[in-house]
Each structure stands twice: as structure tokens, then as C-alpha cells.
Design a protein around this ligand. Structure first.
Ligand code: ADP
Length: 262
């Protein structure tokens, strides 16, 4: 009975959200959270109502990237919890504010992760949203599986880098989606080329085009490439993602194009 109640709450909440996108990657450090944050902020700048949910239970980085370290989860008059407000039309939630301290280690097995993620959706009053962007941990473990099962109409957006290792890993993410019948929105190639800090022009540091090739190979859409830009890291630390902090930059424009392709 409790399960039914929870599933009902999850369904009711999801019915109020038009589009759900889970951002995935084959391995860590390819810029999955960076892409999630810039997409979410980019969509919110286009006046959409956006929610950003960090289900990276072991290494949540969204609050830091949004400069929201000290914010607490709000409680509504009816006792329900609400997500954290970043701007009038962007709300986000991660496990970090729910932890006693920043360095608390989460040691949870699959079933507990499963119910935690369901609570993030069912027990939190997200309200009406145009987009819910979900930042999943790297790989194909419990978290992305739970998201896929809980949100059957979610699309996967897969982030990769031009390096080959990442491309091998990312194939596993594609196979995972195919196996569990999760639709794939497309592929994003991050850290593709380098923006010179002196002249602001793009330089091809590594081989580019792997993301496009991969998309062609699997019959997927290629959604765009984002260059390596030192300012991505700065803004990651100050809480204003590059798409908002440097809207005129080549990198912000690349993120804007990505947002348009969604
Ligand atoms: P993931 O979520 O895949 O583990 P992150 O988004 O946390 O990766 O990015 C890993 C690191 O790389 C962070 O320090 C981030 O600021 C940096 N980074 C990500 N994308 C870029 C980019 N396009 N240019 C420069 N640095 C980047």
C-alpha cells in the first residue's frame, strides 16, 4: 500500500512536467554536470520553467556549480518540501543540502538509492515545469536505472569527450538506453577544441568529431560540441555558469545552440 501511495505521488508530480531529460555519461569528469547546469540555466533564460535534479548521490556537484552551498531545503505550509530556488524560473535539488556535513559519505545500496530518488520526485513539490533536467552519476548503475524506470518518458542526453576511451565508455551508455528502452535525445561532445584565453579563438587541441561519428554510427542526433574553456571552471566555482556569466563568449554560444537543439 505504501508503495502504491508513493508511486501515485510520483505519477502526479510527473504529470505536471512536460519534458524530462536525463544527462548521462560513460565515465566521470567528461563535463556531464557542467552540461546539465548550462542547459538548465540556458532553458530558464528562454523563459521556460525548469527544474534541475542532481541524482549523483555520491558526488553531487550541482549546488556548488550554482553557488548555492548554504541554501537549505524549504518546507511548504502543507509540510511538503520544495526544491531550492536559483532564479524565478529555475529550481534545483540535490542530496547535498540533506546531508549533515559536506563530507558525509553515502553508503547506500541499490534499493535505498531507488527509494531516495523516488522521494526526490514524489515528495518534493516541483510544481508545473516545462523541463526537468536530471544529472545522473556516470555509468549505468542504480541511479540512471531508477530514473529510467521511474520516469518512463524521460529522454537520455549523452555527454562524451573526443578522447577514445570516453567513446568506448559512452557506447555502453547507448547500449544501456537501448536495452531498457529509454529514448536518446542525442550526443553532446564536450571539451571539443580549446578556446585560447589570449585571443578567444578556438584551437583544435585533440581530435574532434568523435561525437558526430558516434551519433552517425548509432543513428542518433548530434546535438553539438562545447570547447574547453578555462572560464567554465571559474564560473563553476562562483556559481554563475558560463552561459549566464559570459553570454557573448564562443562557449556560451555553443551552449545556446545545444539548448536550441534540445
Ligand atoms: P562530470 O559531471 O562528468 O564528472 P564535471 O561537469 O564535474 O564532470 O566536469 C569536470 C571538470 O571539468 C570540472 O572541473 C569542470 O569545471 C571542468 N569542465 C567541464 N567541461 C569543461 C569545458 N568545456 N571547459 C573547461 N572545463 C570544463
Amino acid at each position: 500500500f505504501l508503495m502504491d501511495q508513493q508511486d501515485k505521488k510520483v505519477r502526479e508530480q510527473l504529470a505536471k512536467i512536460k519534458h524530462k531529460i536525463m544527462v548521462m555519461s560513460g565515465k566521470g569528469g567528461v563535463g556531464k554536470s557542467t552540461v546539465s547546469v548550462n542547459i538548465a540555466v540556458g532553458l530558464s533564460l528562454q523563459d521556460f520553467m525548469v527544474g534541475l535534479l542532481d541524482v549523483d548521490l555520491h558526488g553531487p556537484s550541482i549546488p556548488k556549480m550554482l553557488g548555492a552551498r548554504d541554501l537549505r531545503i524549504s518546507r511548504k505550509p502543507d509540510g511538503r518540501m520544495g526544491p531550492i530556488k536559483y532564479s524565478p524560473n529555475l529550481k534545483f535539488l540535490s542530496i547535498e543540502p540533506l546531508l549533515p556535513s559536506e563530507d558525509t559519505a553515502i553508503i547506500w545500496r541499490g534499493p535505498i538509492k531507488h527509494s531516495a530518488i523516488k522521494q526526490f520526485i514524489g515528495d518534493i513539490d516541483w510544481g508545473e515545469l516545462d523541463y526537468l533536467v536530471i544529472d545522473a552519476p556516470p555509468g549505468t548503475g542504480d541511479e540512471p536505472l531508477t530514473v529510467a524506470k521511474t520516469i518512463p518518458d524521460a529522454y537520455a542526453l549523452i555527454v562524451t569527450t573526443p578522447q577514445e576511451v570516453s567513446l568506448i565508455d559512452v557506447k555502453k551508455s547507448i547500449r544501456f538506453c537501448q536495452k531498457i528502452k529509454m529514448r536518446i535525445l542525442g550526443i553532446v561532445e564536450n571539451m571539443s577544441g580549446f578556446i585560447c584565453p589570449h585571443c578567444g579563438k578556438p584551437i583544435d587541441l585533440f581530435k574532434r568529431g568523435g561525437g558526430q561519428k558516434l551519433a552517425d554510427e548509432f543513428g542518433l542526433r548530434f546535438l553539438g560540441r562545447i570547447p574547453v574553456d578555462p572560464r567554465v571552471v571559474d564560473t563553476g566555482d562562483t556559481g554563475r555558469p558560463i552561459i549566464a556569466a559570459y553570454p557573448e563568449s564562443v562557449t556560451a554560444k555553443a551552449f545556446e545552440e545545444l539548448v536550441r537543439n534540445i
